[in-house]
Design a binder for this molecule. Structure first.
Ligand code: IDP
Ligand code: MG
Length: 169
């Protein structure tokens, strides 16, 4: 009996842990300037993911150099930092089952020329240097990016959406 209960609770704990995966999504300056913030948020909400944090900021070059540190040796890096610091952005944290991988699928390929119709980039932009949205590529980078953009624990809101039992079985 106790063993069955323990197995049951560990099963629930596993599911809960999976459902609480988080990713870092950011509407880039071109997405903000083009009035696509609502459209992008709408897609993540409609999918069933949970919004955990959101802000509207004009990021510094210093922050962006940290965010894109892995790309610092690439020829497009200076242009990337200039573009990303050219106006306000909307950094967000979204939570849910497999949200990192599914979020990347929702964004589409890095180069909009290769992004499938139905994806955010596939539907809403044309060139790689103006691809309107960022999404973490792995759980580890998501955690780093969340800590960089939302350094205070109180920036991340703990809450249970009313629809949770209609999104997850
Ligand atoms: P990702 O955003 O899909 O993860 P990354 O390879 O991590 O793609 O590149 C980060 C960002 O750098 C891209 O979203 C895009 O804005 C920019 N970028 C990537 N490759 C190029 C390029 O060849 N020219 C200009 N900008 C690029
Ligand atoms: Mg990337």
């Amino acid at each position: 009996m106790i063993c069955t209960l323990l197995a049951f609770f560990s099963y629930i704990a596993k599911i809960m842990a999976g459902n609480q995966e988080r990713t870092f999504i950011m509407v880039k300056p071109d997405g903000v300037q083009r009035g696509l913030v609502g459209e992008i948020i709408k897609r993540f909400e409609a999918k069933g993911f949970k919004l955990v944090a959101l802000k509207f900021v004009w990021p510094t070059q210093e922050l962006l150099e940290k965010h894109y540190a892995d790309l610092s040796s690439r020829p497009f890096f200076p242009g990337l930092v200039k573009y990303m610091s050219s106006g306000p952005v909307v950094p967000m944290v979204w939570e849910g089952l497999n949200v990192v991988k599914t979020g990347r699928q929702m964004l589409g390929a890095t180069n909009p020329a290769d992004s499938l119709p139905g994806t955010i980039r596939g539907d809403l932009c044309i060139q790689v240097g103006r691809n309107i949205i960022h999404g973490s590529d792995a759980v580890e980078s998501a955690n780093k990016e969340i800590a960089l953009w939302f350094p205070n624990e109180k920036d991340l809101v703990s809450w249970t959406p009313a629809n949770v039992n209609w999104v997850y079985e």
